[in-house]
Design a protein around this ligand. Structure first.
Ligand SMILES: NC(=O)c1ccc[n+]([C@@H]2O[C@H](COP(=O)([O-])OP(=O)(O)OC[C@H]3O[C@@H](n4cnc5c(N)ncnc54)[C@H](OP(=O)(O)O)[C@@H]3O)[C@@H](O)[C@H]2O)c1
Length: 266
């Protein structure tokens, strides 16, 4: 019963051991990393770039801008290259490749033009994050490619997916813009963000990132896309929980009713 409802929304998993393994690896590794964030063991970028960095192996520090470009460029190139490697695609696969390329292009644009960074990034954190974005992008596109000849799921989520993706990417950009306005040129101070959904949650940009990836999963409707998105939700729950704790410890006047990620709930 549960399985048949589930199969109304997703393509039957293709007979690819790689995709099945990646579905499990992405979900569990992202969920585990989210739990570690909540427990205070952070990936070393942004506010937490210097937290627990004594435990890192190389201690090689990159500037935030260089580090962020290193995170997103391989995934962006994977999405772009897929147009050349798999030129024959149905409409759904075309949408998926375009959404992923646009997602990472926007991130690179923001790193170059919007964000005002203050810290750095430790190479030990940059490598697994970059690899995770690259592998998940390649796996999502590959899973779609091998699902093209399988009959479509009975419930078509492509069009709600496009809408969710556009809301997610737009809301994420808007809150990044609000964050960038907290600092002038050369300013490295942290301040309590205001405006948009910042008055309800401290990480609205993460909330919209989740909506963006839910949109991508709805466009894709593969098991892999949903596994990756569920993993991303767990990771961002952990990171936003840690971020709220950081604000509470840094600002005495931080409003207690501002939640981490989901207005009024979490
Ligand atoms: N898919 C995923 O699993 C995943 C995971 C994490 C992030 N992301 C994406 O990456 C985006 C950025 O993530 P992030 O964790 O780097 O976000 P972040 O820590 O909120 O930082 C974003 C930018 O805002 C600045 N900033 C943050 N809080 C500030 C404050 N209180 N005062 C002044 N400036 C402040 C940061 O400066 P500093 O660099 O100086 O802190 C940085 O330039 C997310 O919104 C999301 O789109 C995706």
């Amino acid at each position: 019963m549960v399985m048949s409802v589930f199969l109304s929304f997703i393509f039957p998993p293709p007979p690819s051991l790689f995709i099945k393994a990646m579905s499990v690896v992405s979900l569990t590794s992202l969920a585990y990393t989210g739990l570690s964030e909540a427990r205070g063991k952070h990936l070393n970028y942004s506010k937490f770039w210097n937290a627990n960095s004594h435990q890192s192996i190389t201690k090689i520090k990159l500037s935030s801008r260089t580090g962020m470009l290193f995170l997103y460029t391989p995934a962006f190139l994977a999405a772009l290259t897929s147009f050349v490697l798999f030129p024959y695609h149905d409409f759904r696969t075309l949408l998926l490749k375009s959404a992923l390329a646009l997602h990472f292009f926007k991130r690179i644009f923001e790193v170059l033009v919007v964000h005002q960074f203050s810290g750095g990034m430790i190479l030990d954190s940059a490598i697994p994050i970059s690899l995770s974005y690259f592998l998940s992008t390649a796996s999502m596109i590959y899973a779609q490619h091998v699902s093209q000849d399988i009959s479509e799921p009975p419930v078509d989520l492509k069009y709600p997916g496009i809408l969710l993706f556009l809301i997610g990417i737009g809301g994420n950009f808007y809150h990044h813009y609000l964050l960038s306005k907290l600092r002038g040129k050369g300013d490295k101070e942290y301040r309590i963000p205001k405006g948009g959904l910042f008055d309800l949650v401290i990480c609205p940009h993460y909330l919209f990132e989740i909506i963006d990836f839910l949109g991508i999963s709805f466009i894709s409707q593969t098991l892999y896309a949903f596994s990756f998105t569920l993993g991303t939700i767990f990771y961002l729950m952990g990171r936003s929980y840690a971020t709220r704790r950081w604000y509470l410890s840094k600002f005495e006047n931080f409003p207690e009713d501002v939640k981490a990620l989901i207005p009024y709930l979490f």
